[in-house]
Design a protein around this ligand. Sequence first.
Ligand code: R5P
Length: 303
Amino acid sequence: MSTVVLALPGGECLAAALAPQLDAQAGGIEFRRFPDGESYYRIASDVRDCDVVVVAALRDPDPLGLALWYVADTAREMGARRIGLVAPYLPYMRQDARFQPGEAVTSRSFARFVSQAFDWLVTVDPHLHRYPTLDVVYTIPSLVVPSAAAVARWVQANVARPVVIGPDSESEQWAGEVARRVGCPSQVLAKTRLGDRHVEISLPEPGLAQGRQPVLLDDIISSGHTMAEAVRHVRSAFGVGPVCIGVHALFAPQARDLLLAAGASQVLTCNTVPDASNAIDVLPDIAAAVRPLLGRPGTQAGA
Ligand code: R5P
């Protein structure tokens, strides 16, 4: 069974790197906008009887929402056998409850939409806070690729005497696992969110410093305010600027400058969202998760 990898606009570099790791053909999508703003898509590869893997970089998901549907629907009309979505960053996971009457619980609506378009989903560290697993909202098989192995490899290779710090309770799942793999201490701070760009974060335990290099780790850096507030506290407690690692580089305008101004010594991310800060390669881990879904023998990604 042959496999064709198709990139949505913006996901080309991810798709080009993944296709050979999946022993798949890199297919083509032609895209342009009509003068009235509507979109034109053409799948320029034969996908009949093929497994199709759609690769999407969904940092800014709304302009690509309809593209997800159009490409999956067209591949199905063209006779594709199964159509999977590789979205290394899965958007719309943070609105996971209705806090005010009438609010859209976009995590649920987006999951229903994706579950109708695709046969399976592979993603990296989705923001699971109130949902224990993706299966609570996604009705298609979904596979979560943890970034912890790749992050831990980077920390081991680049940071002497690290201590891993998560800025809020949700980050325990990432910070704790990376620290366990590295074999170093970790701590999780407490965050109170007061607005989109206003958070309060508890102070780290000073006893943890002991000449260690703090590594702040969170799944998402968006406005940068969570990380920046944590950087300020950690810097004053440890006396050195922390290394900041975000799994998903969403980076709203000025977020990076905010972190550097707060005193971060380095800001780096995994390559789930193409960005200049990408320093940690999780694509082999994604390929290792996808291969069995395509009936390919598994590969050994980072343990
Ligand atoms: C939410 O709790 C996430 O884990 C991140 O901490 C959050 O999305 C970061 O957002 P921002 O950079 O806007 O503070």
